[in-house]
Design a protein around this ligand. Structure first.
Ligand code: AMP
Ligand code: MG
Length: 485
């Protein structure tokens, strides 16, 4: 029963100053908490072998699979606006890359696998709660159709990690298109290591953007992916919480689920993270932060954009200027689709914005309000009025929206089902996530986790148990999330 992972590693063969060779540290008593069977199938990995004692030893970092070349990657990053020239994988090890059944190359990384040369003071470990949290929310994002790293497995270590309290430890097996970050480029730019930068640019182009051609093309491609990604977040009320440049993926995936959370009541100033005191990463600030992060990427790439610095800056500025337009286009197209409009046109942005203003005024539930639009589109306004009030302002807005919809005539049933497919019924509600994690951590009961995950895997279906779609009854004004994965 030997698990075969068809590794063909590329990163570990780059110049060795890009990483540190370091193996996972074995754990005492590994026990498989959850294995993502659907993802295992997609990747062409054998379910039974992954779940076998030998497979669990591998997922815990106790045994290296054949062909693995474990490394911790070097990266830097701006954390809350302040540059740290050396971060790196302090609690994660990249075992290697392989090509899944769909022909896509992915990284297989163990997170929480022990100390590395980049750990500094940290223990290199992760706790069960945050590991299951990343598992749940990243899989929910995937089901919503939003680019993300994924969770292949969670393994309990049988060891304790010390945070505020003593907590049960776990290792997450993470699958990503790659773990290249804006901070990876910053690390070498900060050291004036142009050769390494050039290597990274060529690597990122080959791996992610084969048509990009050069550093300028790479920057432009990342700008597009990030603009689309953040627009996608904005359409479901997702708040990442720590949009540091080291958590900003070159492949354009949502990565590093720490204090992230979905908003219930719509308020663009929503912040959940306990460490984000200034609200830098609040919901409504995410697009400008993404652009700020991309500007840091452009700065790192300057030496490769042109020999003359002034010219390089001009090139960077021209490419970065594309972010706003791309973000707005994707944002409008996405919200138009949520409102049953197929072909966005002038005026639609105001229509969407005015609805969001009404929602903010009423602290309306973001997900349920949009979900109720599908009924409102075919003349059934009761639910929508429940969220936004039966006011003249809503009546006025509805009049404009219906007039807009009439410009794109289609049978009621068709518009209704298109809108049900654009507006999820369920998101990972904070109180449900907490309940599921508490049951798992405190009682070893993964029942609520499994039930929630099953519902989140089909977010556009009305859940058979309606409480999965409902916000917490006590509201969430004081909901706080914490970083330590
Ligand atoms: P993150 O908050 O996951 O984005 O991590 C920020 C930096 O802190 C990265 O360099 C991590 O590798 C490092 N780090 C976070 N937690 C730990 C830990 N428990 N042990 C060692 N390093 C850590
Ligand atoms: Mg990180």
């Amino acid at each position: 029963m030997t698990l075969i992972i068809p590794f063909h590693n590329t990163y570990a063969h780059l110049p060795d100053r890009l990483f540190a060779r370091t193996a996972p540290t074995p754990v005492k008593a590994p026990r498989l908490l959850r294995l993502n069977l659907a993802l295992a199938d997609e990747l062409g990995l054998d379910r039974a072998k992954l779940a076998s004692p030998d497979g669990v030893q591998i997922l815990a970092g106790n045994r290296l699979p054949v062909g693995a070349e474990p490394i911790a990657q070097a990266y830097a990053g701006h954390q809350f606006g302040h540059f740290n020239p050396q971060l790196g994988d302090g609690r994660a090890v990249l075992l290697g890359e392989f090509v899944g059944r769909d022909g896509r190359s992915v990284d297989l990384q163990l997170k929480g696998s022990g100390q590395t040369p980049w750990s500094r003071g940290g223990d290199g470990r992760a706790a069960v709660g945050p590991v299951l949290r990343e598992y749940l929310i990243s899989e929910a994002m995937h089901a919503l159709g939003i680019p993300t790293t994924r969770a292949l497995a969670a393994v309990a270590t049988g060891e304790t990690v010390i945070r505020d309290a003593r907590l049960p430890g776990a290792v997450l097996t993470r699958i990503a298109s790659s773990h290249l970050r804006v901070g990876t480029f910053q690390y070498f730019a900060a050291r004036g290591d142009i050769d390494a930068l050039r290597t990274l640019v060529d690597y990122a182009i080959t791996r992610h953007y084969p048509h990009a051609g050069d550093a300028r093309g790479l920057l432009a491609a990342v700008v597009v992916r990030q603009a689309d990604l953040i627009a996608n977040w904005m359409m479901v009320g997702f708040i990442h919480g720590v949009m540091n440049t080291d958590n900003c993926s070159i492949a354009g995936e949502t990565i590093d689920y720490g204090p992230c959370a979905f908003m219930d009541a719509y308020d663009p100033n929503t912040v959940f993270s306990s460490i984000d005191r200034g609200g830098r990463y609040r919901f409504g600030n995410q697009p400008s932060i993404a652009q700020w992060n991309l500007t840091r990427l452009a700065e790192a790439l300057l030496p490769l954009l042109a020999e003359d610095e002034t010219q390089a800056v001009e090139i960077a500025q021209a490419v970065l200027a594309g972010f706003g337009e791309r973000f707005t286009d994707t944002w409008i197209a996405g919200f138009a689709r949520k409102l049953g409009i197929g072909q966005p046109q002038a005026g639609d942005q105001d229509l969407v914005q005015d609805l969001l203003t009404l929602m903010a005024d009423h602290r309306a539930d973001f997900t349920l309000t949009f979900r109720s639009m599908a009924d409102a589109a075919i003349g059934q306004d009761a639910l929508l009025q429940g969220h936004l009030g039966n006011t003249a302002a809503l009546g006025d807005w509805l009049g404009r929206w219906h007039a807009r919809c009439r410009l794109e005539p289609m049978p009621d049933a068709m518009r209704h089902s298109a809108m049900m497919a654009a507006n999820p019924a369920v998101i990972p509600r904070n109180h449900l996530v907490e309940e599921a994690l508490t049951a798992a951590v405190e009682r070893g009961d993964l029942g609520p986790f499994d039930a929630l995950l099953a519902v989140l895997s089909r977010p556009y279906d009305e859940p058979t148990q309606p409480q999965y779609a409902q916000p917490s009854r006590d509201g969430q004004d004081d909901y706080r999330t914490f970083c330590g994965t």
